[in-house]
Design a protein around this ligand. Sequence first.
Ligand SMILES: Nc1ncnc2c1ncn2[C@@H]1O[C@H](COP(=O)(O)OP(=O)(O)OP(=O)(O)O)[C@@H](O)[C@H]1O
Ligand code: SF4
Ligand SMILES: [Mg+2]
Length: 307
Amino acid sequence: MSLLSVKGLKTNYGPVNVLAGIDFEVAAGETYALVGESGSGKTTVIRAIAGLAPAQEGSVLFDGQEIRGLPERALRPLRKDIAMMFQDPVGSLSPRLTIGSLITEPYRIQGMRDRDLDAEAKRLLEMVNLPAHFASRYPYQLSGGQARRVGVARALALEPKLILADEPTAGLDVSVQGELLNLLNDLRERLGLAMVIITHNLNVVRHVADRMGIMYLGRLVEEGTTEEIFHKSRHPYTRCLLSANPEPDPDARLERIALKGEPPSLIRRPKGCEFRERCPMAQEICTQTPQWDIQKGHGIRCLAPLS
Ligand SMILES: Nc1ncnc2c1ncn2[C@@H]1O[C@H](COP(=O)(O)OP(=O)(O)OP(=O)(O)O)[C@@H](O)[C@H]1O
Ligand code: SF4
Ligand SMILES: [Mg+2]
């Protein structure tokens, strides 16, 4: 059974149809990446899973339990098992609290008063390779990479089963990104964490994800193992995204396709294939609506897939 199973998830903000039915599953210990252009709905997906964005339709099963639409009171115990990691994990928190208080705040929120918070702060800092004396520092004293590690420590405090990470490496220097990814990979192996990770950086995806889903206008248009998507993607949109990313192996290079124009409005979605107006491979048949077709675990939504 999957740890997380999302089915037919839909989100509207008034007339704006942001998610038009999202389906994917994540197994225990697995890392699943969501990629897609800005505005494709990636953040909304993980916020809706965590109960932080509305989801008018669909199902979110966590460990077999339906969690979509649960009231905050019912969600609180689940906040132990599902941790969010935001792009700016420290900037979004109180600047007046020490790092030690910040990373142990989840215990206080959960009312776990019997914990020795100093000892926990030390343990968590050690886990993310930061020295114990950082516990008495303040957020403004941290570098970008250190702040991100503090974010990881805070996310790990309650020993979650699933981490939802939104652009965890954005804005960091390449070398610091690498360190953070190695840390996440290492923790995942040691603690058996599952992760849904959002990133614009395809090299990051390659480094951490077992499987990935490609989003366009609030729908998945392709899904498969990371290996398959990088080497055998068949959706023109996926190829456009991959084309923008330098492929180190010349034998694995796919034909380059440039992504043109801007995504259409979510208020009035295009008829037929929603990528049609921008698709370099569009044909007559693409005025029809492509359905999700899945073969050997590789899913695609396209009427004229590439070979
Ligand atoms: N609270 C809201 N009210 C209205 N529209 C919203 C709201 N939140 C998000 N949207 C819209 O939903 C769409 C998807 O937004 P979302 O933030 O999920 O995209 P994203 O894929 O995470 O983009 P980015 O890569 O830029 O972070 C956008 O068009 C956005 O304007
Ligand atoms: S269905 Fe047609 S327009 Fe849509 S992605 Fe496939 S080839 Fe392009
Ligand atoms: Mg986002």
